[in-house]
Design a protein. Structure first.
Lengths: 559, 307, 296
């Protein structure tokens, strides 16, 4: 009898547990997705990669910062509403230039700071003064060096900022004089290095050139973009809300945007599938092919102005010989690497400058896979069958995909040229240091364009450029770049740049591998989002339509 | 007792100072600085930055300055997160890590100790073999495999909890489960071996021979002693868990200290790395002190003055 | 000797504690099976690659991420390399790292813990605080430093791993010694005029070995996985070579699209560790001087 009772109790307990789990399950299943609730409230949820360092436009350096700061601040020129890569009116309603050297910007009289203070030409002069001050030591101050005398000022060679080519003609007219003609100048102004900062707020929390003050913290920050900073919790999220004092405020559709710093690609993908994000920063490499084929409504691939390449330490034997460098480039089967191994959708590089970098620029198409010719070149250089070349040290960073690419090259160069390759994976900071100190033979590298012009990809190869880690020194190339900086005619200028690229590809101090394609997962509720080569986003035309929900349960089943 | 604790706390200060100093020196010695980016910085900017932050001074001056600011609790600002002080960063991250780590610790003890005890009492029998095989599996599964699996199943498939993120009050469940399962495996093995060893001790066998109920023996004598190795394992483990696990926080997108610790080391954010190392050292000192006190209390043969 | 070693118990003419342990171990069937399995794995990893038609680094780019099939029993990876061959090659590294690094950690930990616990007092305090310091400082920063300064170097890998893994062992051993050193048999030994060295080696060491073996069996999988992580940070195995740690790391990121990349290395890893743990348990029982008196 007692035994029966205890069994009964056990069975009842078990039933209660199972029932409880069942109720819990039903309850949880019925919960609406976070994205649906957010879309109804017009709150956009975006994955934003690495945690940002700051929202101060003058202190920032990275792409994640770019995506947030361009919502908080607005430069003279802003992404156009019809296409973010075009130049639309920002704080400046219009601009004109007779020679691409002297530029006059006509500021919108309605432009204001988020605290209601008017925004005038003086604010830009103040901002450029701050940005160029040696005491602030802004990372990107060099971007402003095409302004007349700016370089001298930031090197401390000029006593007064008055001699720098920026002038507030009147509160709504700003004149900028450049060192030379730059037809791409307006598109450059969309970069945050050129954004204004509010003097009254900056100086409320410190001096103009003081770093690490609290002015850009939530609660203090005053900005001039479509949104203002609401909250920022480190490694958690950063939220911004619509700015009622923005000059174009009635056009802004969204009420809030939440940026989530998610560094791990797979974690971001899971967040998306869990209905926590409307837009992901990226897609895990391993899953790209799957989403492209099986879930096309959610999958988007945007070309970027990014070239991924391997560079040689040309100061070291045998890579001081261009035939050796060419031979190594000729033995890389870019198509196979990208289509079979990485499956990333990136474009096999045909040259150094990616397509779309500069209107009217047609890059050369010379990169080939030709192991036969490579062996010949290597033999001509005095290393038949790789004999006489000591073990080659290939430097790369720590990501698994970087390792796969390096292993692919290792095998290609072994098979076709008989080279013995050691792969040295180094943690990011150490890897950068090795590159700078040139303690490598061949190194992985990548370059992100700052503005749509071939110059941004070519200038880093000038012999004196701070980013020329290959140690390549070619006077003819330097001359071409120098001439292009002073050439007023757009077509002739593009011709000079093309000659520069041809020279680069002939000398081959670096092997371009692919032009990056950025993949995103985007929910169907998100409308008005347009791809951009430089990840420019015109946030004010982006909207959420909760009725456009597409059944994501389908996308929840896993391969 | 009080003298013992006081002397341990003084030793603790030495430990924390040493940890801060070693952290700083290691990071200083490694290549790259807090301002290294893929895009090289112009030389003049680099020089100005180093001057502004005093990075051009001799290392002992920099170390002294940092030690002073930690000693006076006037915590320095981060190099990376511009304008945030080390204190603010810890204050934001610690509650998250503490919640997840605390639950993980509890889960690992609640699963591990009974499982280990069962295995020890039925040594050599099926229960023992099965438990230990499962425990071995648990020890072998790395958190970067178990974490995504847990997120996929309980998050995406069943939709019981958010697959990642820190939104709802129940978001600690999946990460704590992941960590708890992994740690419980080791706890079970240590419990089994500790208990098994004490069950073979003379006085336990004497007690058994006298016919005292076995449960009583286990509870009263064996278990207290069996805890010794386990306790010494749990001390550092607890400190590690409540200060955050990098992998779990990454997989589940938690804004805890574990991610912050690794990223500060990778970005050469000296001040944050020193602050977090100091914080972790304090936890280690406290937990190991607790272990030593508990140990003396549980085992009359160990005297505190030995410790 | 061999046949009756076990029942001699604490008799003065008994074989040494180590030899007795080996004899006791031989009587445990499961432990011997585990030993046999481990021997098989080692033989496979050492000799297996010669039997394989593929090499570790041979890429077949037309057969990338292929499911397990006739030509590739365990499938191929993202570069079309044969997973089975890579597992066998990788096993060499992993087994070596697992055994050697764990042994290093255990030797340091045991010696440290014995000394600290036995001599006690200020020496003990100082030694334990040193452990606290080593627990506290950021391992990641340390790894970055040694990989930057010394590059990829196998010896350093052991040093790096050994530097962290012995800490808890030392604390566990010390706690054991603290509990043992006031026990009657130690005091008796002392009264008989035994020196410290004799007590440490003949009496304390055999008594702590049981726990050490268990702790070692917990350390091995951690060490092998850590090697995989470190390999991506520029320590550890040199690409294109692999280890189980590296394969599991790579497999984890392909878990959903190519599960075999995680499954097969995982199976080898878990099976080996299971055998190692079973052997560990057997060893623990065999090493414990008390076990044989139970007559179990």
């Amino acid at each position: 009898m007692l035994g029966l009772m205890s069994w009964l109790i056990r069975i009842l307990l078990l039933a209660a547990v199972i029932g409880g789990v069942g109720v819990f399950h039903q309850w949880r299943q019925g919960l609406p997705l976070r994205v649906t609730l957010a879309a109804e409230k017009k709150v956009l949820l975006i994955g934003n990669g690495t945690e940002i360092e700051t929202v101060d436009p003058h202190m920032a350096t990275g792409a994640p910062e770019h995506r947030i700061i361009s919502a908080l601040f607005e430069g003279l020129v802003a992404p156009a509403t019809d296409h973010p890569d075009k130049d639309g009116p920002g704080v400046a309603m219009s601009w004109d230039t007779p020679d691409f050297i002297t530029w006059t910007f006509h500021l919108n009289p309605k432009a204001a700071w988020s605290d209601g203070m008017p925004l005038t030409a003086d604010d830009f002069v103040y901002a450029y003064h701050r940005m160029l001050s040696p005491e602030l030591a802004a990372d990107y101050s060099e971007m402003l060096h095409l302004i007349h005398n700016a370089s001298k000022f930031s090197h401390g060679e000029l006593g007064s900022f008055d001699e720098v080519g920026v002038e507030a003609v009147d509160p709504h007219t700003l004149k900028i004089v450049l060192e030379g003609p730059a037809p791409y100048f307006p598109s450059m102004l969309k970069h945050y290095a050129w954004f204004p900062v509010p003097k009254h707020t900056v100086e409320q929390f410190g001096t103009m050139t003081e770093r690490d003050t609290a002015w850009a913290r939530p609660g203090n920050l005053v900005c001039n973009g479509a949104f203002t900073l609401k909250e920022w919790r480190i490694n958690h999220y950063l939220s911004i809300e619509a700015n009622p004092n923005y000059w174009d405020a009635e056009r802004v559709r969204l009420k809030e945007i939440h940026f989530f710093p998610i560094e791990d690609y797979s974690a971001e993908e899971r967040s998306f599938l869990d209905g926590q994000l409307h837009h992901t920063e990226t897609v895990p490499l391993e899953k790209i092919a799957y989403y492209r084929e099986k879930r096309p409504p959610f999958f988007h691939e945007d070309p970027q102005l990014v070239t991924e390449y391997y560079m040689f330490n040309v100061t070291k034997k045998p890579f001081d010989d261009k035939r050796v460098r060419q031979a190594l480039s000729l033995t890389i089967d870019r198509e196979t690497l990208i289509n079979q191994v990485l499956k990333s959708g990136s474009v096999p590089a045909k040259g150094l400058v990616p397509p779309g970098a500069g209107e009217g620029y047609e890059g050369p198409d010379v990169l080939r896979f030709d192991p036969e010719r490579a062996r010949q070149l290597l033999a001509e250089a005095g290393y038949p069958g790789g004999k006489g070349i000591p073990e080659v040290d290939v430097l790369t960073n720590t990501s698994p995909s970087a390792r796969v690419v390096a292993e692919f090259f290792q095998e290609s160069w072994r098979k076709h040229l008989g080279l013995k390759i050691t792969i040295r994976q180094q943690e990011w900071g150490v890897y950068l240091d090795s590159r700078r100190k040139k303690t490598y033979d061949i190194s992985r590298a990548g370059w992100v364009g700052d503005y749509p012009d071939p110059y941004t990809f070519l200038a880093i190869w000038r012999s004196f450029d701070g980013n020329n880690d290959a140690g390549w020194d070619n006077p003819q190339f330097d001359k071409l770049m120098f001439d292009s900086e002073r050439e007023p005619d757009a077509r002739t200028r593009m011709g000079l740049l093309r000659q520069g690229e041809e020279l680069f590809l002939e000398e081959m101090p670096g092997i371009p591998i692919y032009w990056r394609m950025q993949s995103h997962l985007i929910r169907s509720e998100l409308i008005g989002w347009k791809p951009s080569l430089l990840e420019h986003r015109c946030y004010k035309v982006i909207d959420l339509d909760p009725t456009r929900t597409m059944d994501m349960l389908e996308a929840k089943t896993h391969p | 007792m009080i003298r013992f604790i006081l002397s341990r706390l003084i030793q603790g200060i030495v430990v924390v100072t040493a940890v801060i100093s070693i952290t700083f020196l290691i990071m200083k010695a490694a290549p790259g600085g807090p301002f290294s980016k893929e895009r090289n910085m112009p030389a003049y900017v680099q020089e100005n930055l180093e001057r502004i932050y005093g990075l051009d001074q001799p290392w002992y001056v920099q170390l002294g300055r940092n030690l002073k600011s930690f000693a006076t609790l006037d915590l320095p600002v981060s190099f990376r997160l511009k304008g945030w002080t080390v204190g603010e960063i810890i204050a934001q991250g610690f509650p998250v890590s503490l919640t997840v780590g605390g639950w993980a610790l509890l889960i690992s003890i609640l699963i591990g100790v009974p499982a280990g005890a069962l295995a020890a009492l039925r040594a050599g029998q099926f229960e023992d073999r099965a438990t230990m095989a499962v425990a071995t599996l648990g020890i072998c599964i790395p958190s970067f495999v178990l974490g995504p699996l847990v997120a996929l199943f309980f998050g995406l498939k069943l939709r019981w909890f958010n697959a990642s993120g820190w939104y709802d009050s129940s978001d600690w469940v999946l990460p704590a489960m992941t960590l708890g399962i992994i740690c419980s495996a080791a706890v079970a093995r240590l419990t089994r071996s500790g208990l098994r060893e004490t069950l073979l001790q003379d006085y336990v066998r004497t007690a058994r021979a006298k016919g005292v109920a076995e449960k009583m023996i286990v509870m009263r004598h064996a278990f207290r002693l069996a805890c010794m190795p386990l306790l010494n394992y749990l001390g550092p483990l607890a400190a590690g868990l409540v200060s955050g696990s990098f992998v779990t926080e990454t997989v589940f997108q938690l804004p805890g200290l574990g991610r912050q610790f690794i990223s500060s080391a990778l970005h050469k954010d000296y001040t944050v790395a020193m602050g977090l190392a100091a914080f972790f050292a304090v936890l280690i000192v406290v937990f190991n002190l607790l272990v030593d006190i508990l140990q003396a209390w549980l085992n009359p043969r160990i005297r505190l003055k030995d410790s | 000797m061999k046949a009756n070693g076990g029942n001699a118990g604490g008799a003065p003419k008994s074989p040494g504690p180590w030899k007795a342990a080996w004899i006791r171990l031989q009587r445990q069937r499961t432990a011997m099976w585990a030993l046999g399995f481990l021997a098989l794995v080692v033989a496979l990893c050492v000799g297996g690659p010669w039997l394989s038609p593929y090499t570790e680094s041979q890429q077949n780019l037309d057969h990338v991420k292929e499911m397990p099939g006739w030509s590739h029993w365990m499938g191929t990876d993202q570069l079309g390399r044969d997973v089975a061959t890579r597992i066998l090659f990788g096993g060499r590294v992993s087994l070596l790292v697992g055994v050697v690094a764990t042994a290093v950690a255990m030797v340091i930990g045991v010696v440290y813990g014995l000394i600290s616990g036995f001599f006690g007092g200020r020496l003990d305090s100082a030694m334990m605080r040193l452990i606290d310091i080593l627990y506290g400082f950021p391992f990641m920063a340390f790894i970055i430093l040694i990989s930057a300064v010394f590059g990829r170097n196998f010896i350093l890998l052991f040093v790096a791993i050994g530097a962290v893994e012995w800490l808890t062992t030392a604390r566990v051993v010390r706690a054991q010694v603290l509990g043992l050193k006031h026990q009657e048999f130690i005091l008796a030994s002392r009264v008989c005029g035994a020196g410290s060295g004799h007590i440490l080696l003949r009496h304390l060491l055999p008594n702590v070995m049981g726990q050490v073996v268990i702790y070692a069996s917990l350390t091995v999988p951690g060490v092998m996985l850590l090697e995989g992580v470190l390999s991506f940070l520029g320590l550890g195995v040199q690409p294109p070579s692999s280890s189980w740690g590296v394969l599991i790391q790579e497999g984890a990121s392909n878990m959903e699209t190519a599960p075999w990349l995680l499954f097969f290395p995982g199976v080898f890893f878990v099976m080996t560790l299971l055998a190692l743990n079973t052997l560990g348990d057997g060893l623990r029982d065999a090493l414990d001087p008390k076990t044989n008196r139970e007559g179990s």
